[in-house]
Design a protein around this ligand. Structure first.
Ligand code: SF4
Length: 176
């Protein structure tokens, strides 16, 4: 209750958010992958990309990270734009049940990988985060070619999580 009340106050007095940075944030994706492939501990930077949308959503700013910052969203938008078939995704891929199943599959795999990698040290951990995110970026890229450029963002587990946090916070705010 207190949290929703705080959010309500924040909504009224919130400073304007930064303008969209997505024209250039794709560079972060490329640099991160290049550096982390050469020096695996840098793969841990992937956690920043992973958790930024969630932290921003928890701050009451909804999917601002997706709309204005996300390096992966920027990357797939930039590099699939000209080669995309621009087809619409089938209706079943928009369903919450599908997005939830994908979320469970990806989060479950990630947790299992973390349980395996953490005891093996920072090099293995960094490589594991890097490979996981490279695989996700590859799938996002293919999705952008087969469907519209940013189609991945409809089903992306991080976007799905931040959307759910936004809904939950809005519901709390309305019910207070
Ligand atoms: S939905 Fe996923 S890939 Fe798309 S902008 Fe948000 S976090 Fe990035």
């Amino acid at each position: 209750m207190q949290l929703s009340s705080e959010l309500g106050k924040n909504k009224k007095h919130r400073k304007p958010w930064i303008k969209s940075q997505q024209r250039w944030t794709w560079i972060i994706t490329i640099l991160w992958m290049l550096i982390a492939n050469l020096w695996p501990p840098f793969g841990l930077y992937g956690f920043v990309c992973m958790f930024t949308p969630i932290i921003i959503a928890l701050s009451g700013r909804g999917k601002m990270s997706c709309a204005r910052i996300c390096p992966r969203g920027s990357f797939i938008g930039k590099f699939t734009g000209h080669i995309s078939r621009k087809c619409s995704m089938p209706a079943w891929m928009h369903k919450k049940s599908f997005r939830f199943a994908l979320w469970g599959l990806m989060m479950g795999s990630f947790i299992l990988l973390m349980i395996w990698a953490v005891p093996k040290g920072i090099h293995t951990l960094g490589k594991t985060v890097l490979y996981f995110m490279e695989a996700a970026t590859f799938i996002a890229f293919l999705t952008g070619i087969v469907f519209k450029p940013r189609s991945w963002c409809t089903i992306c587990p991080m976007g799905f999580t931040s959307g759910n946090i936004r809904e939950l916070l809005n519901k709390n705010y309305k019910n207070r």
